[in-house]
Design a binder for this molecule. Sequence first.
Ligand code: TRP
Ligand code: ZN
Length: 898
Amino acid sequence: MADTATPNVIRRADYAPPAFLIDTVALEFDLIPERTVVRNTMRVRRNPDASHAANFELMGEQLEFVGATIDGAPFAHAHAHEHGLTLDNVPDNFELTLTSICNPAENTTLSGLYVSGGNFFTQCEAEGFRRITYFLDRPDVMATFTVTLRASKADYPVLLSNGNLLEEGDLPDGRHFARWEDPFRKPSYLFALVAGKLVALEERVKSGSGKEKLLQVWVEPHDLDKTRHAMDSLINSIRWDESRFGLELDLDRFMIVAVSDFNMGAMENKGLNIFNTKYVLANPETATDTDFANIEAVVGHEYFHNWTGNRVTCRDWFQLSLKEGLTVFRDQEFSADMAGGATDEAARATKRIEDVRVLRQMQFAEDAGPMAHPVRPESYVEINNFYTMTVYEKGSEVVRMYQTLFGRDGFRKGMDLYFKRHDGQAVTCDDFRHALADANGRDLAQFERWYSQAGTPRVSVRTKYDAAQQRYSVTLTQGYGDAAPAARETQKGPLLIPFAIGLIGKDGHDLPLQLEGEARVSDSTTRVLEFTQTEQTFTFVNVAQEPLPSLLRNFSAPVIVEYDYSADQLAFLLAHDSDPFNRWEAGQRLATRELLTLAGRATTGVPLQLDDSVVAAFARVLTDETLSPSFRELALMLPSEAYLAEQMAESNPAAVHAARQFVRKRLANALRKDWLAVYKKHRTPGAYEATPEASGHRALKNLALSYLAELDDPAEAVRLASAQYDAANNMTDRSAALSALLNASAANGGSVEAQQALDDFYRRFEKEPLVIDKWFALQATQRGSAQRPVIEIVRRLMAHPAFNLKNPNRARSLIFSFCAANPAQFHAEDGSGYAFWAEQVIALDAINPQVAARLARSLELWRRFTPTLRDGMRAALEKVTSQVKSRDVREIVEKALA
Ligand code: TRP
Ligand code: ZN
């Protein structure tokens, strides 16, 4: 262990209500980049529900304390220290004014008040408000805020904060002011201010009850042409929350502001959402179809937080999934409804498949390592490290299970009761569960385990058909397998798993379902079994023929299903399952199994082979014009290298890469004509359209191009890709063409065409930072070769004038892309990737601990790799541990090595 003391562990069990409450806050800012003065006047009283404390302890960090007054008189017994301010022997009820100074210009952490592109922004979640002023910076202290901003009018013509604008005007010396009031009580983490040279796209809409609302999307002037899609997404979000949940916008004005220096995606500050530019700015020339979809999802996500997060907030940070899991679920449903309405199951499935891919690749991996934690964690060192895949994505699956159990209407009843009971409060995950349970007349005590147990559950399935009795029994067994130690210690008992199942007959149609003891056949050919015991058998009766089971339809629970399907059965499901998710799933199972076998063989040097029947199964999908293009694209995309490596007894990225490349090449060569035909057929000539249909065509066409780039003779692919690159009228096609060019030539150490396209791309988009991020990322994730390892390209790009470690998007585009999205190159046997990783974690640690800690996580599964790689990773982790300064990175590397 290094010389600093082990950081403090914060435990859920230690929760105690605050000794004081703050009812109102009046903030005054004199905004100056190097020296901003903040005056904070609070109405404070003792909390009747807490034990007595003589002193008032406020949190504060990186603040210069100037002075305190109580009820207007100077207060001498205030002591500033490293963690905040202590006021001795305060009265029971008083007005406290504190003055302090901070330095936004030097704040590279992007937490608290900081400067980006010459403008001021704030980021307060989770604990950034204490870097702005002294406060009870915890979510169960809720106050109404009034904010006065003063700044140079020429430099900061726009002054924004939460809520409604009360007044604005000029001051002497070229300064001006604006005063804002937020009528709703809120915790400090939802405070925000923005000041600078910005312009807005504006729209006025009427909400459900007929009130007029002003909507604004604020950006730098040159980005105004990229705001339409965010505005449309906002309007759609407002409509959707009204119609699906009966939730109306509660302010007269709702603002979104884009900033290019931002630690995460976006932030739901009340009435003043602040966004990473990546999730706001889009037009067809600069943004891909994926970017457009992500913007819709994130705009929805932040907007939906207004009710799930802001009106009802978290009692403490252990309850983070109360707002995040629920809000991710809501944004996923919003996107699915936007794509397919309530009834187009195939279109909805596209979104579901994408979400499950992320869950399985990222959250399952998290659950298998040293950072494994329950959806409601028991302890943390640094809360910023717990904005995780588990809290967000598994948390959303937990919320989805309520809806699977109770149906849309039952879920809605539970939501209505939740708001009826808790509007204006700071509550817990238990409160949410109780609302769902009570509204539906159910006892959900067992369901609580989804919040308290870490690790990915495994459900093994055995089936038995009794032809004489026409009975089909399905026996389910649940457990956690060989779970990570961090997960194992949380596991107490079986879960309530909603297990959706269908039975498929020989002709490919669903069979009617009737469970033993039931009087009649179900209306639906999918049944949600409530699986609650360690082992449980469900028996279907009147089953006229031996069925093939379709298990965990639509991924009804975040579990791993183990069932011994034959390759033929999987091919049959891929061709016939009425559940579109499970059709896709069958293809993935088939591919995963083949790929893992091949990866095992690749380590022994045996020549690789792929059975013709597997090629035929994929050929059927490729040529089946009755399937939607977006479904075909998803079904033909092989599982990622990271996911496959995770499934190996010992992760071997080189073997996985070899196997996956072998299969891609085999599919490319064997189906060359079909890929070409699909490529031609799914072109989208004419003006760019952002519809789901058009983007499905582009996705399938560009997947075809990427397979064609794998041909033994890539000349034709290079020709097609060059032509596509030159003719493209949108970023989806242009970046796909560039990627195909880079990869087609990888084995030969690069091509003239690839280099020309790269240079052209840079020149064309030099003034568009988000596109230059793509330029870096495409190079960092390219295939590379022995003669031309990608680490060398990455190191060269680190010195490029456009590279900037302080900008998180840029750091992610180059460094994270290489370390987390190019496993075969990153995990080079010589350890060059790990040395690079250690250097960058240490460099970032001094600039921005939150971003550094994210990068630090890319080695956490080190124990699961082959011995040589394991040793290299351990050495790199030890190096970082010996030099790290921040609590954020320290928690990650110490947990990894423990
Ligand atoms: N609450 C935000 C969301 O889910 C995310 C968030 C948490 C965040 N902490 C942050 C964003 C820090 C930026 C910086 O939408
Ligand atoms: Zn969120």
